[in-house]
Design a protein around this ligand. Sequence first.
Ligand code: HEC
Length: 154
Amino acid sequence: MNNKLAYGLGAAGVAAMAVFVLTMATPQAGQRGGMSMTPPDTTALDDGDPINSVLVPVEFSPEAQIGKRIFEGKCSVCHGDNATGQQGFAPPLVDQIYEPNHHGDAAFVAAAKNGVQAHHWDFGNMPPVDGLTDGDVKYIARYIRELQKENGIF
Ligand code: HEC
């Protein structure tokens, strides 16, 4: 899965296409190993650049709207608006790597509660995020799922 060239070009349209290609080229969930998904090479981006271009649904469910607000208060500082990711800070959550069968909602709850050791990306560890209940994080997960679905990730 070599998106080096595509991401190197950096244009939003190209990134969107790469996401599309990734989506199409990914085998069924059952065949996937836990750590086998290779993140794209983002080194050609500048720090703070969005990593994936993300289509936003016209309408979110009421739960996802709550999640969006919480995400914007606690997560988008690193993960970017609409979870596009930010070079140097945090990965895009609207990405095939985080599709529901690979990172279920429990992975979101665990990430917020315990933080995350860097393993997929080179952006360092994610620290635990204070002040959220499991319910709050499930609203966030719902928001991310609806973004993922709009971008062909499910
Ligand atoms: C200080 C920056 C920062 C903040 C704030 C942050 N994250 Fe992260 N997050 C990261 C980084 C960096 C990673 C990537 C770790 C890696 O290399 O896999 C990550 C990874 C994740 C993952 C993937 C976990 C896994 O099992 O691989 C999830 C889910 C996630 N974040 C959700 C959230 C949510 C939800 C919030 C808000 C409540 C949040 N993050 C806030 C930096 C951040």
